[in-house]
Design a protein around this ligand. Structure first.
Ligand code: ATP
Ligand code: MG
Length: 435
């Protein structure tokens, strides 16, 4: 009995990777076929009628079990891309290395993938010296496809035709307990694909899941593995974190594990200044609230906010040394973006927007003559004005400046002119406090 007890406590833990299939029937799960998009349902029926296995997989199943509405529906099948393409009209093959199929319907695209497996035998031929997967393009079985997914909550397969939920790794249980658990050994799986470190943060924040205790030490220790990851993939993941609807929690968790150092290293310097920290928190909260209200969010705007305290501090410092206002501002922008470039460059499609928003800020302080009228006509006025409001809400400029611009925008042309007259008589009040 004592041996059995010791074994239970200290013995080898059953790996979550050696999954045993649990098939949950209608009375054992909360999914209903009606919740699946008609397009995905049609694809699955067609494949099944032709003798193939086909399931809804990944995020959609997880989100439906959590009673969230899925972003999109992915389908996994044992049919090859060629077989899928022949069976489903309008479908097209995307990608070369591992082909996936896109099926466009009215307002959605269903992504269909063939089950992936592990190449046979020599594991080392598929990993580099860090243990990173270099090949992941071999077709496999349902079970293998399930085992190569990252977290148990992401490895569920739903068959809407027979209303069955297939679960190899107790994902349904982990979802019910709101637990993020890695399939297999976390260190090994993080080494295979270090982006999973960032995915762990995103899913934990976005779904409100607790991180399984086995993830904690690797999250602290393995951040350096992110260094060789292609910048485009890291930046995509950064955007997903920022647009997850829980950006604030994501950044807090990144900092908690030191992972921000590999994507947004400047956050360290900002944290020591309460005004800066408040500005960033405000921007993240506003973003999360907009997304919760199903409003759109501009990534360029949010990135402009994340770097503004650094730009603003440097701008003020350069002016204090006698540099004129605009050269000081543009110089500060370049210095801050250059520093970020050493870790993770911001792609041009975003840093252009950031510079435009920053570059407009001093123009909001000029409230006489023709300048405010010209600023209203600027195509970036709205973004610049929203940014001004963010600054005024966190004490970077006087709230009165935001109110003035609100009044000016809403007024007819006579009233606008009278606002200008008042402005020229009034002494300028500007707080020089940093954000
Ligand atoms: P979201 O709702 O945020 O899109 P998702 O779970 O659908 O979440 P995706 O990145 O779209 O996430 O990936 C779809 C599925 O593919 C995941 O649920 C997971 O099973 C698998 N997957 C994606 N990326 C990885 C990865 N890096 N390692 C292992 N499995 C992955
Ligand atoms: Mg997805």
């Amino acid at each position: 009995m004592i041996r059995r007890f010791l074994n239970k406590v200290f013995g080898p833990k059953k790996s979550r990777r050696s999954g045993k299939l649990h098939t949950l029937t209608a009375s054992q799960h909360s999914l209903r076929p009606q919740a699946i998009s008609p397009c995905a349902l049609r694809v699955i029926k067609t494949l099944q009628e032709n003798g193939f296995q086909a399931y809804v997989v990944g995020g959609a199943v997880r989100d439906l079990l959590l009673q969230h509405s899925p972003k999109d529906f992915d389908v996994a099948t044992n049919a090859t891309p060629e077989q899928i393409r022949r069976l489903i009209r309008r479908s097209r093959i995307i990608g070369r290395r591992f082909q996936i199929i896109h099926v466009p319907c009215h307002d959605e695209i269903v992504e269909v993938t063939t089950f992936r497996g592990h190449a046979p035998h020599d594991h080392h031929s598929q990993t580099d010296e860090h243990g990173r997967l270099t090949r992941d393009n071999v077709f496999g079985t349902l079970e293998e496809d399930s085992a190569r997914r990252d977290f148990t909550a992401n490895a569920l397969f739903y068959d809407p035709v027979h209303n069955l939920l297939l679960d190899y790794f107790s994902g349904a249980e982990d979802i019910a307990a709101r637990r993020l658990v890695m399939i297999g050994d976390p260190v090994h799986r993080f080494r295979e694909d270090p982006v999973r470190l960032l995915r762990a943060i995103r899913f934990s924040a976005k779904l409100g899941f607790t991180l399984d205790p086995t993830l904690i030490a690797p999250l602290h220790d393995l951040g350096d593995l992110l260094a060789p990851i292609p910048e485009s993939r890291l930046f995509d993941e950064l955007l997903k974190l920022l647009l997850s609807g829980q950006a604030r929690t994501c950044l807090e968790l990144l900092r908690q594990f030191g992972l921000h150092r590999h994507i947004l290293p400047h956050l360290d310097a900002l944290q020591s200044n309460p005004d800066h920290a408040r500005f960033i928190t405000r921007a993240l909260n506003d973003t999360d609230e907009r997304l919760q209200a199903r409003k759109t969010v501009s990534p360029g705007f949010l990135l402009a906010a994340l770097f503004w305290p650094s730009v603003h501090t440097l701008w003020q410092a350069r002016q204090a040394q006698g540099e004129p206002l605009y050269p000081a501002l543009f110089g500060a922008m370049e210095t801050v973006l250059d520093a970020q470039r050493k870790t993770l460059p911001i792609p041009h499609r975003f840093d252009g927007t950031m510079k435009e928003i920053w570059g407009l800020q001093p123009r909001f302080e000029q409230r006489n003559g023709q300048r405010p009228f010209r600023l209203l006509e600027n195509p970036r006025f709205r973004a610049g004005y929203d940014f001004l409001l963010l600054r005024s809400a966190s004490g970077d400029v006087t709230p009165e400046l935001g109110v003035w611009w609100q009044t000016f925008q809403d007024a007819d042309s006579d009233t606008r002119t009278s606002l200008l007259v008042q402005e020229t008589r009034k002494p300028r009040s500007r707080r020089r406090r940093s954000p």
